[in-house]
Design a protein around this ligand. Structure first.
Ligand code: AHR
Length: 324
């Protein structure tokens, strides 16, 4: 018995230590501070994305310094400078547009603070200015929208398809790539004509304004398809069409991107024809990368979530067809 006792003691100590094995939310981890510059609150997508970042930081036990720039690039630059002054561990930011970040990112680099881009990309000649990107493949989203349209035009036997595009914020990654992906699919098919592309800044109110402007210019019989770069804008379009006695989804085919609940409900009601998915739930992936960086691990340069599309060709009673 005497010989067994020391072993039992060691075993008890080991299991106590195992119980203390570090989980992300434990006190040591809390000393990690993430500076997060969110670009605004322009859509339900953005609001869900902010919540995802906050929840994930809490779950991982990281401190989160968050600044919302209300759509102003200068405010994002100020926020990043304040994170550098505070010497946060990692800077995460969602750039409103792609250009104009080189100086501030070079400052972060000289301060030795890694930068993770979330949701949107920057355009820079120096790729070492950021460590990783987490966000959608917007080009693939644009292609999905175009592929849906080709299928719809085939199904309806449409010979000449007049498309009005309502774009997101000019020079932002989703605007550029959703447009490029869509155009690449329909280019070369003589049935399709983009009659106009106007900017709705990802805002529901501007979506309404764009719809009103399009209708007064082309009339209700002059547009076959509206392709909107996000749900907020298409929901604004929907309001206008219904007010004007136009049947959305029937008189005009509506294609949108995101997957918020209200848009998915409208799809199920036959008022929207296609919702290309874009998930705002990026927080966990970002915090996982922060954890990896703090542990000195090599982290993936680009991470895209898995996404698809919900369309009027699908079984919309499927419980998997749901919004956020
Ligand atoms: O960058 C992602 C886009 O920004 C979303 O599609 C849109 O809703 C948001 O405002």
């Amino acid at each position: 018995m005497k010989r067994i006792l020391p072993y039992m003691l060691i075993l008890a100590m080991l299991s106590a230590l195992a119980g203390c094995a570090k989980k992300p939310e434990e006190p040591e981890a809390r000393s990690v501070v993430v500076g997060f510059s969110q670009l605004g609150a322009e859509s339900s997508w953005r609001i869900a994305n902010t919540a995802s970042m906050e929840e994930a930081a809490k779950e991982y036990g990281f401190g989160l310094m968050m600044e919302n720039a209300n759509q102003k690039q200068e405010k994002q630059i100020d926020a990043i400078r304040s994170f550098i002054a505070y010497q946060v561990d990692v800077i995460v930011f969602s750039p409103i547009v792609e250009t104009g970040w080189d100086n501030v990112l070079a400052e972060a680099k000289s301060a030795g603070i890694p930068v993770i881009l979330v949701d949107r990309m920057v355009e820079t000649a120096d790729d070492s200015l950021y460590t990783a990107y987490v966000g959608a493949d917007f080009y693939a989203e644009g292609r999905r929208a175009g592929e849906y349209l080709v299928r719809k035009a085939d199904a309806l036997g449409m010979e000449h398809v007049r498309i009005a595009e309502i774009s997101g914020t000019l020079e932002s990654t989703p605007m550029r790539d959703r447009q490029r992906g869509f155009m690449d699919v329909i280019a070369g098919d003589s049935r399709f004509e983009v009659i106009e592309s106007i900017c709705g800044d990802f805002l529901r109110s501007k979506g309404e304004e764009c719809a009103a402007a399009l209708l007064s210019k082309y009339g209700k019989d002059g547009i076959d398809v509206i392709y909107s770069h996000n749900d907020s804008m298409i929901l604004g379009v929907l309001d206008v069409l219904e007010r004007e006695g136009i049947r959305p989804g029937q008189d005009i085919v509506l294609i949108t991107v995101d997957g918020e609940k209200e848009a998915v409900e409208a799809l199920k009601a036959g008022k929207i024809n296609c919702v290309v998915q874009c998930t705002p739930q990026l927080g966990r992936e970002v915090m996982e990368l922060v954890k990896g960086l703090k542990a000195g691990k090599k982290i993936p340069r680009v991470s895209h979530p898995d996404e698809g599309a919900f369309t009027d060709f699908d079984d919309l009673a499927d419980p998997a067809v749901e919004g956020f």
